[in-house]
Design a protein around this ligand. Sequence first.
Ligand SMILES: Nc1ncnc2c1ncn2[C@@H]1O[C@H](COP(=O)(O)OP(=O)(O)OP(=O)(O)O)[C@@H](O)[C@H]1O
Ligand SMILES: [Mg+2]
Length: 301
Amino acid sequence: MELGILRRRRLQPIPASPARDLPPDATAGEPLIRMIDIVKTYHTPAGDFVALAGINAQFWRGEFVSVVGKSGSGKSTLANMITGIDKPTSGRVVVDGTAIHTLSESRMSRWRGRHLGIVFQFYQLLPTLSLLDNTMLPMDFCGMYSPAEREDRAMELLRMVGVADHAHELPGAVSGGQQQSAAIARAIANDPPILVADEPTGNLDTRAADNVFRVFQDLMNAGKTIIMVTHDDALAHRASRLIRLADGKIVSVETLDEAAVRASRHSTMPTHVHANARSKGHSSKLGAAIGMSPLTEGLRA
Ligand SMILES: Nc1ncnc2c1ncn2[C@@H]1O[C@H](COP(=O)(O)OP(=O)(O)OP(=O)(O)O)[C@@H](O)[C@H]1O
Ligand SMILES: [Mg+2]
């Protein structure tokens, strides 16, 4: 898969092994996303409901993080805090240097168009536009790239995700997996550093889901930060880091062992290592990296 098109702008080199869960003083540099003391309370007729109960998390450039947890645990709410689709009741979200919780709705959509790609479970392609036109939309909307360049770029992106042959077809004429591939092409049209996907494979069969996952892996290798909410445990365990939520709190973090990553280059079934199984020092660093207190870490045993 050709990802040269994504390297047009400055992208940090990816370390040979995923030391991306290390703290900022390590190889990964400053976190790209910081969630600080995030609380989200929904006010309902039945009373207040706390969907996120104090989330502290950090995400680095070039890492692929899956977010798992039971239905209702707060996964989508967390994703929506990063995309700015929803705002925290209290706390701060800093994405690529911007405190997005402070942005007005109009500034938010301009900001989002350039900094973030979003992929949804049901693709959300415009049904009356071809896959190519859907992919060009974000560039048109944000005035990115010259008008002459946009079609070439959209075509290149569709080729990258494997659906160039269907570029001129309407979404309804292609499979769910192909629609999701086009939705990913659209999400990265403006070359954002971050891709947030909420249940991107929830509507796909295993093969199509695997294809989507591989596209995400390629994007990670091109320096993108991928955050994927999923119910699919097997897929989640193939990301470079896994955050588990329960009742609006982070209850555990797992990371790929370096050896497992090496193995993953030759196999689609890498071994996963729970953070607790690693050396205490590393585990503590990992906890600090995502803002977990030693007390919370103790609860992961
Ligand atoms: N707009 C809202 N108003 C009231 N409650 C809400 C709202 N949005 C979400 N919730 C509640 O907040 C909790 C977390 O919702 P969220 O959608 O983040 O869960 P989730 O982990 O994504 O679940 P699922 O796996 O089913 O998608 C749920 O109990 C949900 O009912
Ligand atoms: Mg959800």
